[in-house]
Design a protein around this ligand. Sequence first.
Ligand code: HEC
Ligand code: HEC
Length: 269
Amino acid sequence: MKTLNRRQAINRIIGISTAAAGTALVANPVIAAVTNATGDWTLEVGTRLAYAKLDPMVVAKRAYETGNGCMYQVFDSIIQSLAESGSVDAEKFAQIPTAMAHYGYAGMLGEGTVCGNINATGMLVNLLSINGESANAILSQTMRFYEQEALPFQTAEFIEGIGADMTETLAQVGTPTAANTMLCHSSISLWASENGKSFSQKGMRCKQLSASVVYEIVTMLNKAFDGETVMDHPTSDTTQSCQSCHTSESTFAPSVKTNMSCTTCHGGH
Ligand code: HEC
Ligand code: HEC
């Protein structure tokens, strides 16, 4: 199928000539809704493609070996793995222009704002379906994981699994740190300060961090695929206590809509 474009493939399936194809595509509202003028499939707002189970360590290793920044590492490694998977939508995954995710490096083109791992996760889950259901809930779980967990993973099993060297890792990454936030700046500066490093020495640390995030996302997606409710990384008790009064509807207290860890930025009162 790789050598056929979408239109040729559709022609084969419905058995019509190229000349008749244009009319047939326009006449068929279902096909017209998901193809562009040349008959190629396009991703539309609200489209969700079927997730198929992947091996978390294999995809984590792929992410580690993928360059071009954290957002691209996460988005490309998972999408390309799905393109090669048994998903009924594998061919559609193959057509997603993952290069769009490049902008997310170092908190969006080096601005140090939202970490690219998180940005990639949002972009990914928004276009995934798990057995027909939305995968969006995985974003919040990934955010809480990113805030709370000491990263990157540094077990012998993980370092070996992604094909990294432990001695080199200990020298270049040092001690893993919990970011407490989704911001690239805080995550990296905290790690750098704990390990006596500079921002420009973040290379291996951030690549291993993306591999760790990919490992966790794939693990959670697999659980959801198996019908489990994924609640591996709940909102902290402190944040939940703030949210008991600060809801998006609240008028008696200033209204708030976020699940971020409140105490990273605010003291209590
Ligand atoms: C029992 C309800 C309640 C809880 C729980 C609560 N708040 Fe509030 N919060 C309020 C009310 C009411 C106000 C506005 C009046 C005031 O200033 O006390 C407020 C005001 C604020 C403000 C505005 C500035 C200020 O300090 O007055 C911030 C920031 C804030 N809360 C953060 C938090 C955080 C963070 C938590 C959790 C650690 C939290 N709140 C828990 C009720 C609550
Ligand atoms: C990344 C940092 C950050 C996080 C995390 C965060 N906030 Fe805020 N929040 C701010 C800033 C900055 C403002 C604007 C404060 C200002 O300029 O006075 C604000 C404003 C508010 C206000 C209104 C303040 C006022 O003066 O009336 C409330 C209430 C509040 N936040 C509560 C929360 C709660 C509850 C959470 C967690 C669910 C939370 N915030 C998470 C940074 C943060």
